[in-house]
Design a protein around this ligand. Structure first.
Ligand code: NDP
Length: 325
């Protein structure tokens, strides 16, 4: 089979499209013929830097969608179409950026009937995480008539899908981006207003003018601290990413003086019931035209330079990887 293989020779680190012997596939009770994978930010870290790789050699790819070829798991049989997101795949277990994957059936969910395997990967972990963020805002009491919702890292994968979901559900979305030239793209996804991320990315005061009812943040660092400081009394900030940095240089003031809730979102180890719920909501709430507008398809070879591009913040929306191209 063809796939991307990450290897660590004596010095350095290599990523290359290679012919891989299927006998090398890891243990697992389901073998999948992969149609599509994706490049998420974490895939960028794995392929361009090797920094999330915990096992060498490794096929990267934290996501895949395809068809079951063989299964000894009770819930899956040959011919079923499945999605895989996370669970350490593409970090500790061989992942989706190859023509085949061997996985644990407990990790898989059935492809929602509304999606092709390509559309599922156009969403991928980024899209499913965006849905986890929005679901958490609603669980914590945020409603569309409460005020504006800020989405940071707006032109990226999580940001683009979060805007589309929030707009579909009737929220007034403010998109924060470093790429103001993408304002038309962000408005077409449903953003009511586009702001320059520079207004959020520098050190700010602990409490600022109250503006946002809620926030979906994929950026971290000063941006997250400022987003908390601009969240209105009783608001909720869903934090899922670190594109600016892993630090959180803020204060407790928004939490103890304005009752703001900071809600952490993890997609990797999310329980199966929660991920199934998120995918089923994506199935009902994603406009296929918007999904197309945010997606670009590439082949395996192009996935390697794309890893560097996503870390540099140069990828707009989502990259879907056709592993058979
Ligand atoms: P993308 O690269 O597609 O999006 C990130 C966006 O953040 C960029 O497009 C850019 O948007 C913005 N950005 C990039 N660099 C900076 C910077 N230095 N300062 C401020 N903004 C910046 O990545 P994904 O959408 O795939 O992932 C986003 C983040 O979420 C990543 O940190 C990723 O690791 C995390 N993540 C976490 C998950 C979880 O389970 N918790 C799951 C999925 C992702 P713009 O140009 O519009 O400003």
């Amino acid at each position: 089979m063809k796939g991307i293989l990450l290897t660590k020779p004596e010095s350095g680190f290599q990523a290359a499209v290679t012919d891989i012997d299927e006998a090398q596939l890891p243990e697992g009770d389901v073998t999948v013929r992969v149609d599509y994978s994706t490049i998420n930010y974490k895939d960028g870290l794995a392929i361009a830097k090797g920094s999330v790789v915990r096992k060498w050699p490794l096929v990267p790819g934290i996501d895949c969608a395809g068809t079951v070829e063989a299964s000894s798991h009770a819930d899956f049989k040959a011919g079923d179409q499945i999605i895989l997101n996370g669970w350490g795949v593409g970090e500790t277990h061989w992942g989706g950026l190859a023509q085949k994957a061997r996985l644990k059936g407990d990790w898989l969910i059935k492809l929602p009937s509304q999606f092709s395997t390509r559309q599922a990967m156009a969403l991928g972990t980024a899209g499913y995480t965006a849905m986890l963020c929005v679901m958490r805002l609603e669980e914590l009491g945020i409603k569309k008539d409460m005020g504006e919702v800020l989405v940071t890292g707006a032109s990226g994968g999580v940001g683009s899908v979060a805007i589309a979901i929030l707009a579909e559900w009737g929220y007034k979305v403010v998109a924060s981006t470093g790429r103001l030239a993408e304002a038309d793209y962000l408005k077409a996804l449903g953003a009511a207003e586009v702001i320059d991320r520079a207004t959020l990315s520098e050190a700010g005061r602990p409490l600022q003018k109250e503006r946002f009812a809620a926030v979906v943040d994929s950026v971290g660092s000063h941006t997250l601290a400022n987003a908390c400081a601009q969240t209105r009394y009783g608001g909720v900030v869903a934090a899922c990413g670190l594109a600016q940095g892993m630090d959180l240089p803020g204060s407790v003031a928004p939490f103890i003086l304005r009752g703001v809730t900071l809600a952490g979102i993890d997609s990797v180890m999310a329980p199966k019931a929660l991920r199934s719920k998120a995918w089923s909501k994506l199935g009902c709430n994603i406009d296929a035209k918007k999904l197309d507008a945010m997606t670009r398809e590439i082949g395996l070879a192009a996935a390697i330079p794309a890893a560097t591009d996503i870390l540099a913040g140069k990828v707009r929306g989502r990259l879907v990887v056709n592993v058979n191209a």
